[in-house]
Design a protein around this ligand. Structure first.
Ligand SMILES: *Cc1c(COP(=O)(O)O)cnc(C)c1O
Length: 355
């Protein structure tokens, strides 16, 4: 189907694997990584799989000073019969290119990136954990590497994919979190980089997270940067509300990240004939719905947790959602989506990609 040439330089030694029943997120990396280079005028070149290792950059490299970088996050799952599945990985490569375009970074060949990822996972098959809820987390990213302090797009880049086995997000069943509505800090603004998966968005979100954490909340609910009124996201996840039988999620407005889990949930709800709307929704509307007893469920969505139910919201006062318990729709969405991802349920949408 393709004639991509990926150079293989495999490691002479293999690491001791961590126990798959006690994995910490993002701490144990596999034996190899995929890497390719970009040089202005030449394009992307030298795709290769090499031993996992530190990268050496000039201290003046643009990435360190101006943060010209983008990333992705997706997972590979091992099925009961030892197949390895990816979930809509083409969407991640497309989004990586959209993020890059926003940051004045070069486009990658999405097919080559996916081919390289599959080759890498093939080399690391033993690293894909097989216990319930576990997966291999995949982190593709691009960094700007030119040694130059001038503020302009870098002329050189590296595209890298690293892998790490991760444990079940929920160890004792899916459980709800407490969320504080953020009224001081904002995550993104219209015209900014909110819809790009780029490091700066995360760096600027840490403060609100820290403040909320000190008051016992696990994440913040972000409001829009202009009027501080409309809901955007929760932590680094998209957000959904079920009000009076209808599911609502903020419409993509340029400052909200276009989540693949979000998209999959909208398609699933439509498939089930459950009313779902993408529209502006204010925190006042949520508050009123809660007061009238119509706020039935709320949950965040993203690759890491898939569904993260919200049990409590703080805005003006403490608002309980579904008595602080996981709602039935949240549970059903979680079970269905994870079942499609890990191969235990049928995949009516053709979302799975076999490695
Ligand atoms: C990655 C991300 C999400 C979730 O996207 P998925 O594709 O569902 O993992 C949501 N919000 C932000 C800010 C993100 O960076």
């Amino acid at each position: 189907m393709n004639d991509y040439q990926i150079e293989m330089n495999l490691s002479q030694s293999r690491k001791q694997k961590p126990a798959f029943d006690n994995l910490q997120f993002g701490r144990n990396f596999t034996d190899h990584m995929f890497i390719m280079d970009y040089t202005e005028g030449k394009g992307w070149h030298d795709p290769r799989i090499v031993p996992y290792q530190p990268i050496t950059l000039d201290p003046s490299a643009t990435i360190f000073h101006y943060g010209q970088t983008v990333f992705e996050g997706l997972k590979a799952y091992q099925t009961k019969d030892e197949q390895i599945l990816l979930f809509r990985p083409n969407k991640n490569m497309e989004r990586l290119n959209r993020s890059s375009a926003r940051l004045c970074m070069p486009q990658i060949d999405e097919e080559l990136a996916l081919y390289g990822l599959k080759q890498l996972i093939n080399v690391e098959r033993d690293w894909v954990p097989n216990l319930e809820g576990t997966s291999l987390y995949i982190r593709p990213f691009i960094i700007s590497t030119e040694a130059h302090l001038g503020v302009s797009p870098s002329l050189t880049y590296q595209f890298i994919i690293i892998l790490c086995p991760v444990g079940a997000y929920y160890k004792e069943g899916i459980n709800p979190v407490k969320i504080a509505v953020e009224t001081e800090y904002v995550r993104a603004v219209r015209g900014g980089t909110g819809n790009a998966k780029t490091a700066g968005n995360y760096a600027s979100s840490l403060k609100a997270q820290e403040v909320a954490g000190k008051s016992g909340y696990s994440q913040v609910l972000w409001l829009d940067g202009k009027e501080n009124k409309y809901i955007e996201e929760v932590g680094s996840m998209n957000v959904f509300f079920k009000i009076d039988g209808e599911v609502i999620t903020p419409e993509l407005n340029g400052s909200i990240l276009d989540g693949i889990t979000r998209d999959s949930i909208i398609l699933l709800l439509k498939h089930w004939n459950i009313p779902v709307k993408e529209r502006k929704i204010s925190i006042e509307e949520i508050y009123q719905a809660s007061k009238e007893g119509k706020l039935e469920e709320a949950f965040g969505t993203g690759t890491a947790a898939v569904i993260s139910p919200i049990g409590e919201l703080f805005w003006k006062e403490k608002l309980l959602v579904n008595n602080g318990e996981t709602g039935s729709l949240s549970k059903k969405l979680y079970e269905t989506l994870t079942g499609i991802q890990n191969g235990s349920l049928v995949d009516p949408f053709g979302w799975r990609v076999l490695v």
